[in-house]
Design a protein around this ligand. Structure first.
Ligand code: SAJ
Length: 417
C-alpha cells in the first residue's frame, strides 16, 4: 500500500479536463457535481430521460443535503451537463448500480450494468484515457473489464482502476470530499494517475493498492458493518425474550473502553449493506461463514419484529374483538433519508396489510408509494389505536410528538420514547 500518494508531478487538469460519469444515481450525481465544481467539464450519462432532463434544468431527483445547490451552480456555469448517450472524454467514471439476483439461496451479483457501461464507451476510448469503476462489484470485475478493453487496446494504453465509493447517504457531499479513498489500478502507473485525479477534489488521503484488494476492501467495509449490526439485532432479540431493555444494556456495555455496540433496529435495508456481503459469500462460500450468518440474522430480524407487532396487537386488541387502527411511523431504509430501497419497514407494513390489519403510514420524507394510506404525524396520532415506531426520523423525536406517543399504545423499535 502506498500511503496518501505524494507525487512528483501534479495531475494535468488541462490535458485531462473532460469527465464522463456513467450513472446519475445516489453516487453518480453527487460525484459528477463535485468533479464539475472542481474545474472539470463533466457529462453525466443516464438511461433515464427524466433524470437527464431534471439535471439539465439544474434540479435533482435525490433528497441529499447541499446536492441541489451544487448541481444548480455547476449546470448554470456550464460545467455539468447530462445526456442519455456517452460522448468522448478523457476520464470515465462508472457509477452504475450492481443489483443482485435473488433466485437462489445465495443471492448472486448482477454486473450487467457495469459491462453495458464499459461496452458503451469502448468505441469512443482513446489511448491514455482513464477508466474508473466506482460501482460496488464482486471480486475480479476490474480484470473482467480490462479483458473487454484489451480486445481493442494494448496493455497499459488505457489507465484502468477500481476506486470504490464510500459515502453515506444523508451526508454524501461532505464524505465525498473528506473521506479517504482507495485506488486499485490495473498496474502501478494507473493507480498513481488515478490517485492524482482524486487528489484534485478529495481532501482525505488517497491510498493506492491492487485492484483485487480495492474490490475486497469495499465488500469488507460493508460486511464489517453488517456483522456489527447483526450483533446488536441478535442482542435485541435476546433481551426482548427476557423482557430486558436492550438500549440500557448497550448504553452500559458501551461504557467499556473497548466496546462499541451499534444500534439494533428492524433489520438492515438500503442498497449497500443488505446486498454487498452476498458478493463475498458468493465468491467464497466455504470461508464466508460469519458474513453469511450476519446477513441471515439481519434479514430474520425483520420477521422477528413483525411477529412481535402481531403478538402485541393480538393480545391487546384482536383477542378483545377490537380491530385496531395501526399507524406505522417510518418507511425509508434508515432515518432522515428519502430512500426506500430494500427497506425493512416496507416488508413489515406489507405483511401487516396482508394479515388484514388496518394500517396507515407516516413518513415526512415520502408522500407516495404503492397504495399506502399516508397520513401526517398529527392525523395519524389522532386516528390510531396503535403507533409502531419503525424508523427514527428526527420529526418523531419532537418533544410534543414524543409526549403523545408515551400516552398512546406505542410499540417502539427506535428507542424514541
Ligand atoms: N443500521 C442499524 N443499526 C446501526 C446502523 C445502521 O440497524 O447501528 C441499519 C440502518 O437503519 C439501515 C442499514 O443498517 O437500514 C444500513 O445503514 P447505514 O447507515 O449503516 O449504511 P448505508 O447502507 O446507508 O451506507 C453504507 C456505508 N458503509 C459503511 O458504513 C461501512 C457507506 O459508507 C457506504 O458507502 C454505503 O454503505 C455504500 O454505498 O456501500
Amino acid at each position: 500500500m502506498q500511503e496518501n500518494c505524494k507525487f512528483n508531478d501534479e495531475f494535468n487538469k488541462e490535458k485531462m479536463s473532460k469527465v464522463l460519469v456513467l450513472g446519475l444515481g445516489y453516487i453518480g450525481l453527487p460525484t459528477a457535481a463535485i468533479i464539475a465544481d472542481n474545474g472539470y467539464q463533466v457529462l453525466g450519462v443516464d438511461k433515464n430521460t427524466d433524470i437527464v432532463n431534471k439535471v439539465n434544468a439544474g434540479n435533482v431527483h435525490i433528497n441529499e443535503p447541499s446536492l441541489e445547490s451544487i448541481v444548480k451552480k455547476s449546470v448554470s456555469k456550464g460545467s455539468l451537463k447530462a445526456s442519455n448517450y456517452p460522448e468522448p472524454a478523457d476520464i470515465y467514471v462508472i457509477c452504475v448500480p450492481t443489483p443482485f439476483i435473488n433466485d437462489d439461496k445465495i443471492p448472486k451479483p448482477d454486473i450487467s450494468h457495469v459491462i453495458d457501461a464499459i461496452q458503451s464507451i469502448i468505441p469512443i476510448l482513446k489511448k491514455t484515457d482513464i477508466v474508473i469503476i466506482e460501482s460496488t462489484c464482486p471480486p475480479g470485475t476490474t480484470k473482467l473489464v480490462s479483458d473487454l478493453i484489451s480486445k481493442k487496446f494494448k496493455d497499459g494504453e488505457i489507465n484502468i482502476a477500481y476506486c470504490p465509493e464510500r459515502v453515506i447517504p444523508g451526508n454524501i457531499l461532505k464524505e465525498l470530499i473528506n473521506n479517504d479513498r482507495i485506488v486499485g489500478g490495473l498496474n502501478k502507473e494507473s493507480s498513481e494517475l488515478v490517485a492524482k485525479f482524486y487528489k484534485t477534489f478529495v481532501k482525505g488521503s488517497v491510498l493506492t493498492t491492487t485492484h483485487e484488494s480495492a474490490e475486497l476492501c469495499k465488500l469488507a467495509e460493508n460486511s464489517f458493518r453488517d456483522i456489527n449490526i447483526a450483533f446488536a439485532n441478535e442482542l435485541a432479540s435476546i433481551c426482548e425474550e427476557r423482557n430486558i431493555d436492550v438500549w440500557e444494556v448497550i448504553k452500559l456495555s458501551n461504557q467499556h473502553p473497548r466496546v462499541n455496540i451499534l444500534k439494533p433496529g428492524i433489520g438492515v435495508g438500503g442498497h449497500c449493506i443488505a446486498i454487498d456481503p452476498w458478493f463475498i459469500v458468493n465468491a467464497d462460500k466455504k470461508n464466508a461463514q460469519i458474513i453469511k450468518s450476519a446477513r441471515l440474522i439481519n434479514d430474520n430480524r425483520t420477521k422477528i419484529v413483525f411477529d412481535r407487532i402481531m403478538k402485541n396487537i393480538r393480545e391487546n386488541f384482536i383477542s378483545k374483538k377490537i380491530r385496531p387502527k395501526v399507524a406505522c411511523f417510518g418507511l425509508t431504509y434508515k432515518p432522515d433519508v428519502d430512500d426506500t430501497r430494500e427497506s425493512p419497514s416496507i416488508k413489515i407494513i406489507d405483511r401487516l396489510i396482508k394479515e388484514g390489519i388496518d394500517v396507515c403510514v407516516v413518513d415526512p420524507n415520502v408522500d407516495k408509494l404503492n397504495d399506502y394510506n399516508f397520513k401526517t404525524i398529527t392525523e395519524a396520532l389522532n386516528i390510531s389505536d396503535v403507533c409502531v415506531l419503525l424508523v427514527a426520523h428526527k420529526e418523531f423525536a419532537d418533544e410534543t410528538v414524543k409526549a403523545i406517543f408515551k400516552k398512546k399504545h406505542t410499540i417502539d423499535f427506535c428507542n424514541i420514547i
